[in-house]
Design a protein around this ligand. Sequence first.
Ligand code: SF4
Ligand code: SF4
Ligand code: SF4
Length: 345
Amino acid sequence: MQKLKFKQYIDNSNVSRFRFWVQIISFFIFVYGGYFFIEIASRLPIFSCPYVQGSPGGCYLIGVQHELNTSWSSLFSFRGLAILTSLATFLVFFIFLNKAWCGFVCPLGTLQDWITKLRKFLGFSFTRYDEMSFKKLKVIKYMLLVLLILIPLGIRNTFFGIPLPHGMHTPFCQICPARIILPLFTGDTSQIFIDFTDTTTIIMTSLGMMVAAIFLVGSFVKKRFFCFFCPMSALHFIFSKISLLRMTKDGDKCTRCGNCYRVCDVGIREIADDVISKNIVKDDCMLCVKCVEACPEDDCLKISFAGIPLFNATQEGFFKRYSGTSLTEYIKSIEPNKEQEDESK
Ligand code: SF4
Ligand code: SF4
Ligand code: SF4
């Protein structure tokens, strides 16, 4: 009975508020943790950028680019084993939180949420991609992931007889906005520069500056603007199915009211439209669980860990969280008798 009450308390709680605080604490740890002798690991599934002096660890993407900057022959020797070991370290972290690393922990994701809050505070409206653009643009992150693997390999080896210049040694880090923006939080402006060593470094560092500027402007007009193009998100999705943290949907309980889509910062339409898939974590999802909070149907959307239910959509929780907002007004208007029916039971 106590257990049931506790679960009911969780289902009725405001997870977004909890997420807000987890994000603040995580941001502090992943930007300033090193100053407090916190040491986590160097294969993290988030942008804990080693270019930040206070970083307590490193994001997996920088490691894998360095490791792949090698010849084919060494790839199939001990170096290959080292690459597999670092992938395994990344997976050990990732398997616990799945894409919730993005929703709760990544400092670059948090920064985008803070920019959204600033936009709201200033009273500007936001944009969403139409369905066609959404489908076309979402492939960019997979293309970036393939490039960040192939380009380092192409420096020591040649593809089609064309060697790539050494100036592209960590191509994604050179254009990643985390490298330029996150150090600013420690007062370090040293990453704002153009490297005039050669043509390649001029191009790559200029691109990096441009992407950082686009990140700031884009995040102001579009929620989680950069996450949509992030190769880490693409990498997460490849391994998402083996993770212990899951979000599932019972399509039979879904009324397709669309509330989940309305609150989704990324704009994932399938969360409302897909009534077939049980595993409902789509490639752009960041497991922020806002959709579960906004779903008014009992047990329609669920979060579980290793099969243990953690947080379920409930009508009671929905009305507690969204009481008096346009979402509840909308639900009442399409289900006019639902609340009265339940009250009369
Ligand atoms: S998708 Fe967003 S939150 Fe996730 S790793 Fe990339 S920048 Fe961070
Ligand atoms: S909020 Fe729940 S019931 Fe409504 S469309 Fe989404 S999953 Fe279906
Ligand atoms: S689908 Fe749900 S959990 Fe995923 S990003 Fe959208 S609101 Fe968050």
